[in-house]
Design a protein around this ligand. Sequence first.
Ligand SMILES: Cc1cc2nc3c(=O)[nH]c(=O)nc-3n(C[C@H](O)[C@H](O)[C@H](O)COP(=O)(O)OP(=O)(O)OC[C@H]3O[C@@H](n4cnc5c(N)ncnc54)[C@H](O)[C@@H]3O)c2cc1C
Ligand code: FES
Length: 280
Amino acid sequence: MSQLIQVEIAGNSSPAPNIYVLELFAPTLAANAKPGQFLHIRCAEGTDPLLRRPVSIHAVNRGTGSVRIMFQVVGQGTEMLARRQDGLLDVIGPLGRGFTWGQGHPSHTNTGSAAVDGSTTNPGGIIVVGGGIGAAPLFFLLQELAVTSAAPRVKVLLGARSADQLLTVELAATLGFKVQIATDDGSAGFHGLVTDLLAEELRQKTAHVYACGPAPMLKAVCTLLGQAKVPGEVSLEERMACGVGACLSCVCRVREPGGEENYQRACVDGPVFSAAEVVW
Ligand SMILES: Cc1cc2nc3c(=O)[nH]c(=O)nc-3n(C[C@H](O)[C@H](O)[C@H](O)COP(=O)(O)OP(=O)(O)OC[C@H]3O[C@@H](n4cnc5c(N)ncnc54)[C@H](O)[C@@H]3O)c2cc1C
Ligand code: FES
């Protein structure tokens, strides 16, 4: 259940240029959060900017009550957040519908209590694909997958423009996952797009794919999954205002199970959608 709460900032670090990780002491959030959900954050202590900013939950430690967010500074709100070192942060969360496991159409079946437990009769690989800052929410998913029986079947593909912008590679490795990387400029790993790595991996039996990243990457992921007839889920980062389903600023086009197109709100029906339902 989501709540409006004041959480204590326990730390601020910068793992890459222009990227920040805020550690929050938030035991209730830590207990309730599911991978793929987000926090709606008041970045300013005053009213400018007035609107909250949505940021995904990056990592959770339920034992210590710690919740981390990882974000890229792109404008006023994230710049203000990056300067915060301590004190209280005003957040609403956890919000949205997160990643599911094997439940089909997440916007209709997932109540926010995603069951990422790896329980499936399909023995194929589970591929987690992140592009740029899209790697941030996927790390929380990897934390959950790491303690399931599915862990040995998980493959992690991470892409970025260049080596210094690769995120969560070491973190994913510390969970025991083998990570393949791709950079646009060839400065680390495969020289090319992370979706090229995905296309190669999809030649092998695959049960499910999870993806988060820039829209062109997610569009390519959905196309590849459609061609390979592999189910998957993508987390969309639509611009949001209210974050709770009231303003319709975050609507995106989806294809309903019957084939007709409709609009859904990324903040409450997503941000995670089945790859097959997103209309690009
Ligand atoms: C569900 C969800 C989860 C998100 N999780 C993360 C996260 O974990 N880490 C992270 O760094 N960012 C995340 N974002 C994006 C983040 O919300 C925006 O970067 C932030 O709101 C920008 O605020 P700002 O005031 O700094 O910039 P603004 O001044 O509001 O915008 C600066 C620039 O960023 C662009 N922009 C703003 N919002 C978005 C968006 N949603 N998608 C694409 N471009 C945008 C604007 O068009 C503009 O060019 C998420 C967005 C959503 C909807
Ligand atoms: S942000 Fe207002 S309805 Fe989604």
